[in-house]
Design a protein. Sequence first.
Length: 215
Amino acid sequence: MKLFIDSGDVDEIREAQSMGAIDGVTTNPSLLAKAGRPTKDVITEICEIVDGPVSAEVIATDTQGILREGRELAKLHPNVVVKVPLIKDGLKAVRTFTDEGIKTNVTLCFSAPQALMAAKAGATYISPFVGRIDDIGGDGMELIGQICTIYDNYDLETEVLTASIRHPQHFLQAALIGSHVATVPFNVIVQLLQHPLTDKGLAKFLEDAKKIPQG
Ligand code: E4P
């Protein structure tokens, strides 16, 4: 499973990248608002840090506006993936982007029929938001399973990008189900490394190392 970082913060993206496990980046308008800099500047800088797909989201909600904004974003760097909301005008734009060779990430997916429609429009990635489904009492991981099954049934090429991950269990379940990608916030990436027995074991090794006679 590929690991993307879900962030608009270049410092944490640089830190995660230095850990050697980052395959790409996703952003959204809320994350970029926190960055407090123009979207194009941040996306260009992220593309210089991570050599992999970098999703940048359009703000327009009509097909022509989405196409205009998406083409501008795609010009920033060959690794830019245009992130488009899962609405009718969005899918129309996705079909055109696909025909033009521009990669897309269809975002705000909350159902399997939505995911099937995005794949039919030629989406490169589909982003189901598991955490937000859990937040309203649903089962986000069940949706990931449904989408993976449907895509497998029909050999659809769209990659399942599990999004809105809130904790390591989401990441684990996504990998067990066979999601192609998980996009994970920096704090959860750090949690993926942590285990109390690792800390306890390391402390004991370091303590015992002091008893080794010096040669
Ligand atoms: C995905 O691309 C989104 O940016 C993100 O995962 C949404 O996460 P949230 O529900 O924690 O805002």
